[in-house]
Design a protein around this ligand. Structure first.
Ligand SMILES: *Cc1c(COP(=O)(O)O)cnc(C)c1O
Ligand SMILES: [Zn+2]
Length: 417
């Protein structure tokens, strides 16, 4: 196993490095062959089932809360809401991770690596979910954790982070401000930086396990499209890398990986903008404004992350699309009402994008699609609260009349006892 620069291909031995020393490019983990470090039986039902393809050398260093191995649902009920769609929709439910988002996979590997490399304290700049994962896994590992998050982070996420006992600092302005502070703490004060952009190659590498799971759950059938909410893009990179591994190891190397669709919120969509303009570079977004806090990342100061993600979208023959807050909210409602899946706004953005792609004929009506639902509804309930409408209260518990009124029960089915 070694680290490799995605830009100049320089190779480094696997110690902690946040970017290429030559060109400042993004580093990726390369696993040449499987490690011979089998994980214990207690981890076989987690992402660590694929531990021999991850970067941790000694299984004793693994810090796990049983992340991964998340369910996949057939979105049959959603299909009835999509006119003329004849393909299959699968929902990969990442809300079922220990702290409620896929960030657990990334943080589990990265914090295990921190332990392996002898670090005693960790820092993470986060829009909420990575912070919650950092706080939880640091608690489990007995490491000191500092989390930096924007002041606008949803209250539920703030509460979750603080409840695990991490030191939390809420920073004025958008996500990019916290990003810079975490970098400073890591550079000058010896914190291991768990920030979940592309700066921690060990963490990013963990996300390929989502593809490994999908491939098992879909019995080796490769979906036509995977719709992915994108902030800076490690999640999309993980899906790309995972399917690349699958194809390289298969007996059918002529197969191609799924087309990856990067979904962003209209109020913060630097990657979609670059895609539309046809540029290779990405320009930072000035004023992010969206209900989807999980992908509200302007990329200021690390625009190259967006450019790298966009290059992977293009290599997969996918595309980038944005959805507005109304479309996201409608998709949250559809997921809850028709499939019983409760997600924060960001997690519904792929379904919103699918509806839009069908409406705009960007996608064939008989293809197989995977939507990733990335974060739990408990993490940000504000929009759900706004959408549920008026609540019913019953002041007099003996007043059956008003109950039957609320439930629109017909008199004929009402019996006096
Ligand atoms: C972090 C996050 C994303 C975006 O992931 P990136 O790897 O930054 O592109 C999507 N959804 C949720 C819920 C997240 O927390
Ligand atoms: Zn380089």
């Amino acid at each position: 196993m070694y680290l490799k620069c995605v830009q100049c291909s320089k190779i480094y031995t696997p110690k902690m490095l946040y970017s290429c020393k030559e060109c400042d490019g993004i580093l990726e983990v390369v696993v040449e062959r499987n490690n011979n470090h089998p994980v214990g039986n207690e981890l076989k039902d987690s992402m660590w089932r694929y531990g021999n393809r991850l970067s941790v050398n000694n299984a004793d260093n693994i810090v796990s809360l049983q992340e991964g191995r998340t369910p996949i649902h057939k979105g049959k009920n959603i299909k009835s809401e999509l006119d003329d769609f004849e393909g299959k929709i699968f929902i990969k439910d990442e809300t079922m991770n220990p702290t409620g988002s896929f960030k657990d996979r990334l943080i589990s590997v990265a914090i295990s690596k921190a332990k392996e490399l002898g670090y005693k304290k960790v820092v993470c700049s986060s829009s909420g979910n990575a912070g919650a994962a950092t706080a939880a896994y640091a608690a489990k590992a007995g490491l000191e954790a500092v989390v930096l998050a924007p002041k606008s982070t949803p209250r539920e996420k703030m509460t979750q982070i603080a409840s695990y006992g991490a030191k939390v600092i809420f920073v004025e302005g958008n996500y990019s401000n916290s990003y810079k502070l975490a970098e400073m703490l890591s550079k000058n004060f010896g914190y291991f930086n768990l920030t979940t952009t592309f700066i921690n190659p060990f963490g990013v590498d963990a996300l390929k396990t989502i593809s490994y799971e999908l491939n098992e759950q879909l019995h080796g059938k490769i979906p036509d499209f995977i719709l992915v909410p994108v902030g800076s893009g490690p999640l999309l990179k993980g899906l790309y890398q995972g399917y690349l591994d699958i194809i390289n190891q298969s007996r059918h190397p002529y197969r191609t990986i799924p087309r990856l669709v990067a979904v962003q919120a209209e109020g913060c969509s630097p990657i979609v903008k670059a895609y539309r303009l046809g540029t290779e570079y990405v320009v930072a977004w000035e004023e992010p404004s969206t209900v989807a806090s999980g992908i509200s990342d302007p990329l200021k100061g690390y625009e190259k992350d967006g450019a790298y993600t966009l290059s992977l979208v293009r290599k997969s023959k996918g595309f980038a699309i944005s959805v507005n807050d109304l479309e996201i909210k409608a998709a949250m409602k559809t997921l809850a009402h028709t499939e019983g899946i409760f997600t924060e706004p960001t997690g519904a953005s792929p379904l919103a994008a699918l509806k839009k792609m069908l409406n705009e004929d960007l996608i064939n009506s008989n293809c197989n699609v995977v939507c990733l639902v990335t974060g739990h509804g408990f993490k940000d309930m504000n929009e759900h609260f706004n959408m549920i409408g008026q609540l019913n209260y019953l002041d007099d518990p003996n007043n059956f009349e008003s109950v039957s009124e609320v439930l629109s029960l017909k008199k004929s089915t009402y019996r006096e006892s």
